[in-house]
Ligand binder design. Structure first.
Ligand code: UDP
Length: 387
């Protein structure tokens, strides 16, 4: 695809998993609306089914579909397949720059393929760190390596920019944008997607809703067992509680949790939800219990307290601000923390009324402007500062 003088710049936006789709959809929209860019959405197919449900709410579909996923493939095989597919795809697209997001295998290989092609690489949500190479696995290493490959580092918070500075990555190429997930969440909630059949009647259900998600590799085994036990105990203790758990498609999750909650009418173990209904469910929930990264950022945006079933987090802002708490995966602790929040209105209000430290809904616009600046096509945007 040779470029004509004066035409818009093609920007390859690499997306592999659900959170990447959700967090890059607003960036794609901002690039499309700009006067200078034409985004080309490259789906690696790492989590193809989830990706479609995430893009749908934004009216997006992939321009290039690499379809690399093979069930049961090892991380090594996935990495090799992705890299082999991305190189030729970039040659074909012939973009001016590559945009990647977050910390997945698609992120890392997208950045590496861009680097190999000699292209500027913009990393959205740069600088998240737990400081522990194994948690989350393999994401902590994916994002550290991506920081070495990127030429533009779009940090969601000042804390993320500071983490990059500690690794020697500093200067104007590091720019604080806010997290694009807040832009995505606001757009999705405003659209008020219809409930799927499994959730029909939820608006009129008087029960308090505990929304649960869990998928991290480091929770497989004992962690998931603890989570399942906690959910079973909470559901038995509290008839006024409805546990809604859209389970990740990985069968290990369902298999670990199901035996603990079998036969309990107030535990709804569902398939993953498309982003539209999921955003609505987040808004409806009273408490969120999750090991997800993105949901830690979204729940405070809807004033929903979030209990994080992990030992460490790369998003300390929510814990420091008081809208999230780390609770691990021990069943006793989870039962006590959820019960404490549901029974203590003061503790609940203290978590719910904290301002969201992650974004103001204008992060994607800053990302697009920062990329234009990086390519010599515009001014450097003002950085995000939480209110
Ligand atoms: N999400 C969704 N449907 C679901 C569960 C989650 O659309 O059934 C969204 C959620 O709102 C968040 C993203 O998926 O934006 C988080 O994805 P995940 O937990 O898989 O990844 P992580 O954020 O931990 O990287």
């Amino acid at each position: 695809m040779p470029r004509q003088p004066g035409t818009r710049q093609r920007i390859a936006v690499v997306v592999g998993t659900r959170p990447e789709a959700i967090k890059l959809a607003p960036v794609i929209a901002a690039l499309s609306e700009s006067s200078w860019a034409t985004p080309v959405l490259v789906s690696t197919g790492q989590h193809r089914d989830l990706l479609v449900g995430a893009l749908e709410v934004f009216g997006l579909s992939p321009d290039v579909d690499l379809d690399v996923y093979r069930p049961g493939a090892s991380l090594d095989a996935l990495t090799a397949r992705l890299l082999s597919a991305l190189g030729p795809a970039l040659t074909e697209i012939d973009p001016t720059a590559v945009v990647v997001q977050g910390d997945t295998t698609s992120t890392l290989t997208g950045a590496l393929a861009g680097f190999h092609a000699g292209l500027p690489v913009a990393h959205v949500e740069a600088g998240l760190r737990t400081g522990d190479r194994t948690q989350p696995f393999p994401e902590e290493i994916n994002r550290r390596l991506t920081s070495q490959l990127a030429s533009l580092h779009l940090a969601p918070t000042a804390g993320a920019a500071a983490a990059l500075a500690r690794e020697g990555i500093a200067g104007p190429q590091v720019l604080v944008t806010g997290n694009t997930v807040i832009d995505a969440l606001r757009a999705a909630v405003a659209r008020k997607a219809p409930w799927p059949a499994a959730l029909a009647g939820l608006d009129d259900d008087p029960r308090r809703v505990l929304l649960v998600t869990a998928h991290r590799r480091e929770s497989w085994g004992r962690g998931l067992d603890g989570i399942g036990e906690a959910l079973g105990r909470l559901a038995r203790q509290r008839e006024d509680l409805l546990v809604v758990f859209p389970a990740h498609p990985n069968p290990r999750i369902r298999e670990a949790v199901e035996p603990h909650v079998a036969g309990l009418g107030n535990v709804w173990l569902l398939d993953p939800l498309p982003y539209g209904p999921f955003a609505r469910l987040l808004d409806r929930a009273d408490v969120v219990l999750t090991d997800s990264g993105g949901i830690q950022e979204e729940a405070p945006g809807l004033a929903t307290p979030v209990l994080v079933m992990r030992a460490v987090t790369e998003r300390p802002e929510a814990v420091e601000a008081g809208c999230a708490r780390l609770v691990g995966t021990n069943a006793d602790r989870i039962v006590a923390e959820v019960g404490g929040l549901l029974d203590d209105a003061g503790a609940y209000a203290a978590m719910a009324r904290v301002a969201n430290p992650f974004g103001d809904g204008r992060a994607a616009q800053r990302c697009a402007e920062a990329l234009a600046w990086h390519l010599g096509l515009g001014a450097r945007p003002e950085e995000f500062a939480p209110v």
